[in-house]
Design a protein around this ligand. Structure first.
Ligand code: DQA
Length: 148
């Protein structure tokens, strides 16, 4: 079964209590369960991870490149300024979908820039947990197209 890395950046470990009016009341564990169920429907397995550490996130992106694993990535605040993350993702060897729970385009101006979008196959934002489900669907379709 094809494995998809579902990577989550800083502060997403606080879901459930973090600004629930923006991010909802589901915890990261709830989100992981939801992603696992969607993946199972699509015939995929997920490896779901979260870190607040940019170096750790880069190491996981390098690992994905070496193992040719597709990624669903919520880069959280790194979205808006991490050129190191952009450069790491530029080395990817499999599909990449950027995902956000909220819609950054409707929020503060600093969130309107994504340094990840230009190296992703696409972005899903603004649908809460559904953003992740749609991203997994996109990965399944892309993997099919590329024979992966
Ligand atoms: C986020 C949006 C980012 O702007 C923010 O820094 C996050 C979460 C989202 O999922 O909506 O931490 O990526």
């Amino acid at each position: 079964m094809r494995t998809v890395l579902v990577l989550n950046g800083p502060n997403l470990g606080r879901l459930g209590s973090r600004e629930p009016e923006v991010y909802g009341t589901q915890t990261l564990a709830d989100l992981e369960r939801d992603c696992a169920a969607t993946a199972a429907e699509l015939g995929l397995a997920i490896d779901f991870r979260q870190t607040d550490d940019e170096a750790q996130l880069l190491a996981w992106v390098h690992e994905a490149a070496d193992r040719r694993l597709p990624i669903v990535l919520n880069p959280a605040a790194f979205t808006h300024y991490s050129y190191a993350l952009h450069d790491a993702l530029a080395m990817r060897t499999a599909p990449l979908v950027e995902v956000h729970l909220s819609n950054p385009a409707t929020r503060e101006v600093f969130r309107h820039t994504s340094v990840v979008a230009s190296v992703a196959d696409g972005t899903v934002a603004g649908f809460g947990v559904l953003s992740y489900q749609l991203a997994l669907r996109a990965i399944a379709a892309l993997a099919e197209q590329t024979g992966g």
